[in-house]
Structures are given as structure tokens and as C-alpha cells.
Design a protein around this ligand. Structure first.
Ligand code: UP5
Ligand code: MG
Length: 236
């Protein structure tokens, strides 16, 4: 098929290495759309939670009333109003799904790739663009293989921000954005997951000659100077 595949750059690096900060700069200069997998997951876990949980409580009340009514009448509650029971179960599943994402982020664990890839695909479609910075994904071998299998997209290259844990920890602890995973206990877990699961992905792409490694310990502007050169088309 002649359908043109989008250009994807994976932006990887440890927690607090500056992925989000540098992606914002790249967007301004090079016309990419920035998709942070972490931001998409946080939005998904919050989505509708303002009225969603209210809906869940309401649904529980309606269901309870229905069950009581059926008991009084000696009716089988499922056969009297199956739609009501089914709708309640759907709402219950949504609450479980959001809670699962929230718990995994709080523990620094990697959310199943089915969830992340769905969110990324939807965001890519909604954007109308054909150039994407995918920030903080893939985080393990399974993420990487699943993304390539589902989307048939291989990254143009991988931008890897290399930074010491000491510096990353300092940055995260002074960020103050109210993220539930920005406490020292979760930060340590995130570092461990990064070393054990995410670095192998960088190594994989490095073995294919696709990694652009950047020293991310310098100032934001100094790092961007290096990044800019990587994104500037070279005429040969
Ligand atoms: N800052 C940035 N650059 C600086 C510089 N050069 N000098 C000094 N300060 C600098 O930067 C962090 C802080 O440092 C900011 O205050 C910034 O001003 C300053 P930022 O750009 O936010 O760094 P970033 O690398 O984006 O850090 P982030 O915390 O977002 O990285 P993580 O990889 O930890 O977080 P992410 O949001 O990607 O994932 C969070 C969780 O979601 C994961 O732990 C996981 O549980 C889950 N997740 C998945 O399960 N699957 C996925 O695919 C993605 C996420
Ligand atoms: Mg980020």
C-alpha cells in the first residue's frame, strides 16, 4: 500500500532526564507533535474521575435499589432488568481500569502495552500530524515489540538523554507538579525499572545504529543546542 507511514522518534532517558522539557523545544522548532506516554496515562487515569466516581456511586445505589425490589418481589434481579446490571458492570470495570493505571504509576511499574499503545494510536490519529516525538515509550522489550507489531512503525531514530541518577533525583524532587510518583520512595523504584527494563530497549536500538545519545546533565539550553543539530536536516 502506498499509504505513507508517519515519522516517529522515540525520546528515551531516565526519570527526570529532561524528556518533556526538550520535547517542548523540539516541537517549537521542528513541527513535531509531542506525545508523552506518561502524560497520556495520567490523563486517562483522571479522565472522568470528577464525575465518573459520582456516576459509580449513583450506579451502586440504583443497583442496590433494584436488588431490594427484586428480593421483595421474589424476582431474579438479572432477568428483570439485564441492561441495568450490565451498565453497572461496565462502570465498575472503568473504575477498576483507572485504579489499575493509578496504582502502577504510583509504584513506578510499567502499564501493559495494550493500554499505552491504544492511547498513543488515538493521539496520533487525533493530531492530524505525521511527525511524532514519542516520549517515555517504549519502556521495555515487550512495549517495543508490541508497538512495532501493532503499528508496523519503526522509529526514524531514538533520542536518548543520558543523565546521572543524582542529577535526575535532584530535578524531580524540585519539580513540584504534584505528581504522585515524585516522592523519593517511588523515584528509587522508577530508577530500578529504568535500569532493568528500559535501558535494554536503548541497547537494542543502539545495536541497530539508531541511537542519538545526548549528555543531558548540562543546562536546558546547552542540551537543546545538541538536540537541534540532531534534528536539523543535513544536505548531502
Ligand atoms: N529540567 C529538565 N531539564 C533540565 C536541565 N537540563 N537542567 C536542569 N533542570 C532540568 O524534567 C524534570 C525536571 O527537571 C523539570 O522540573 C524540569 O524543569 C527540570 P522533565 O522534562 O519533566 O523530565 P522527564 O524526563 O520528562 O521526567 P519524567 O519524570 O516525566 O520522566 P519519567 O520517565 O519518570 O515519567 P513518565 O511520565 O514518562 O512516566 C511516568 C510513569 O508512567 C512511569 O513510571 C510508568 O509507571 C508509567 N508509564 C508506563 O507505564 N508506560 C509508558 O509507556 C510510559 C509511562
Ligand atoms: Mg516527562
Amino acid at each position: 500500500d502506498a499509504e505513507k507511514k508517519p515519522t516517529v522518534v522515540f525520546v528515551l532517558g531516565g526519570p527526570g532526564s529532561g524528556k518533556g522539557t526538550q520535547c517542548a523545544n523540539i516541537v517549537k522548532h521542528f513541527g513535531y507533535t509531542h506525545l508523552s506516554a506518561g502524560d497520556l496515562l495520567r490523563a486517562e487515569m483522571k479522565s472522568g474521575s470528577e464525575n465518573g466516581d459520582g456516576l459509580y456511586v449513583l450506579s451502586c445505589n440504583v443497583l442496590f435499589g433494584h436488588v431490594v425490589w427484586c428480593c421483595v418481589r421474589f424476582w431474579n434481579f438479572y432477568s428483570v432488568c439485564p441492561d441495568l446490571v450490565r451498565e453497572h458492570l461496565v462502570i465498575l470495570l472503568l473504575v477498576v481500569y483507572r485504579t489499575m493505571i493509578q496504582d502502577m504509576i504510583k509504584e513506578g511499574k510499567i502499564v501493559p502495552s495494550e493500554v499505552t499503545i491504544k492511547l498513543l494510536q488515538k493521539a496520533m490519529q487525533d493530531s492530524g500530524n505525521d511527525k511524532f516525538l514519542i516520549d517515555g515509550f517504549p519502556r521495555n522489550e515487550e512495549n517495543r515489540a508490541a508497538f512495532e507489531a501493532v503499528t508496523k512503525i519503526e522509529p526514524a531514530f531514538v533520542l536518548f538523554f543520558d543523565c546521572s541518577e543524582e542529577e535526575m533525583e535532584k530535578r524531580i524532587l524540585s519539580r513540584n507538579q504534584g505528581r504522585e510518583d515524585d516522592n523519593i520512595e517511588t523515584i528509587r523504584k522508577r530508577f530500578k525499572v529504568f535500569l532493568e527494563s528500559s535501558l535494554p530497549v536503548v541497547k537494542y536500538y543502539d545495536s541497530k545504529g539508531k541511537v542519538q545519545k545526548v549528555d543531558a546533565a548540562k543546562s536546558v539550553d546547552e542540551v537543546f543546542e545538541v538536540v537541534k543539530v540532531i534534528f536539523t536536516p543535513k544536505d548531502e
